[in-house]
Design a protein around this ligand. Structure first.
Ligand code: ZN
Length: 340
């Protein structure tokens, strides 16, 4: 089969479109023909060289496609079914997994990080990952959902316990997590303030439901939040930008507010004043992906149309390099998708 693979870490130029061996289907697995695979920042980090990534490596966490064949031990899935894949791997046997807390499993990882992912034509995977999708959803749309909607759902519901009436600040409203977080917070009955780096992305954030927007290159986030909230601050901040915005995010919280973070796109060294943290009784929460239960819950809302995937642009698989460059330059609004 064809795949985008790299033999060394580096810039987008290390991505090579080449022939690789077809996966060998085990009897307890399902063989998937990949029709669409969405990019995440993780793809860029892996390509640049992340601990644990083995070379040669095939990226890709967000997969939609067709079932080609189900192994002998697999029931309930048949050839031709349109599916998406849960974007994670876990042992499915330990105390955490069996209690439904897969993202606490010692073996938990993102699909396409420590193992090969979906930037290819065929993938053999455990049936627990395989989730049928309704006809109304295109492959590109289906691939745009799993990782970011799961992440945003776990951040807002699993961690920050969002409720109706909350004011939620979403950093980088045009990012994959941003477009999911805006919609999930609105669905929960919250008021949403979104930041973005261009007028076009501010408009698109409002179209998705953001009540207020802040241009994060031209305006000071915490000042604008104070104006919008009448000096009160927000109940929840959804962070994944990291170093560049962390201090501003902290300053945007109301006393007793919660910051939840799932990433560090601009750098991992965050600075804040501990006195500010304790005197204002703030909560700082980490969040990593989510559970299978949360994935099924958020997919229910996507499949019924209450949450909408946002496809930014699609590229043929062989043009993965251009797709990486688009994400790297932050040109996208929503998900950049590869089509094998
Ligand atoms: Zn486990």
């Amino acid at each position: 089969m064809k795949a985008i693979r790299y033999q060394e870490f580096g810039g987008p130029e290390v991505l090579k479109y080449e022939d690789v061996p077809d996966p060998v289907l085990r009897e307890d697995q399902v063989l998937i023909r990949v029709k669409a695979c969405a990019l995440n920042h993780l793809d860029l980090w892996c390509r640049k060289g992340l601990p644990g990534v083995k070379l040669p490596h095939i990226n890709g966490s967000d997969v939609a496609g067709d079932v080609v064949e189900a192994g002998e031990y697999v029931t309930g899935l048949k050839a031709g079914e349109r599916v998406l894949l849960a974007p994670m791997v876990f042992c499915n046997r330990c105390a955490e997994c069996t209690a439904g807390r897969q993202n606490m499993c010692r073996d938990y990882s993102v699909l396409g990080y420590l193992n090969d992912g979906g930037n290819c034509e065929l993938l053999a995977i455990s049936p627990v990952n395989v989730i049928p999708v309704p006809q109304e959803l295109t492959y590109d749309e289906a691939a745009s959902v799993p990782l970011v909607f799961l992440t945003a759902w776990h951040m807002l519901h699993g961690r920050a316990r969002v409720k109706a009436g909350d004011v939620v600040l979403v950093l980088a409203g045009g990012s994959g997590v941003g477009v999911a977080a805006i919609q999930i917070a609105k669905l929960a009955g919250a008021t949403v303030i979104a930041t973005a780096g261009s007028e076009a992305k501010l408009d698109q954030s409002r179209e998705l439901g953001a009540d207020f927007t802040i241009h994060h290159y031209q305006q000071k986030i915490s000042d604008e939040v104070k104006k919008i909230t009448g000096k009160r601050g927000v109940d929840i901040v959804i962070e994944h930008v990291g170093q560049a915005t962390f201090e501003e995010s902290m300053k945007s919280l109301r006393p007793g507010g919660t910051l939840v973070t799932c990433g560090a796109t601009t750098g991992a060294e965050a600075k804040f004043d501990l006195r500010f943290l304790f005197s204002r009784q703030l909560s700082l929460l980490g969040s990593y992906m989510g559970t299978m239960g949360e994935l099924h819950e958020v997919l229910g809302h996507v499949f019924s149309g209450r949450l909408k995937p946002v496809v930014d642009k699609t590229y043929p698989l062989r043009e993965a390099r251009a797709a990486h460059e688009r994400l790297e330059k932050k040109e996208q609004f929503g998900k950049v998708v590869l089509n094998p």
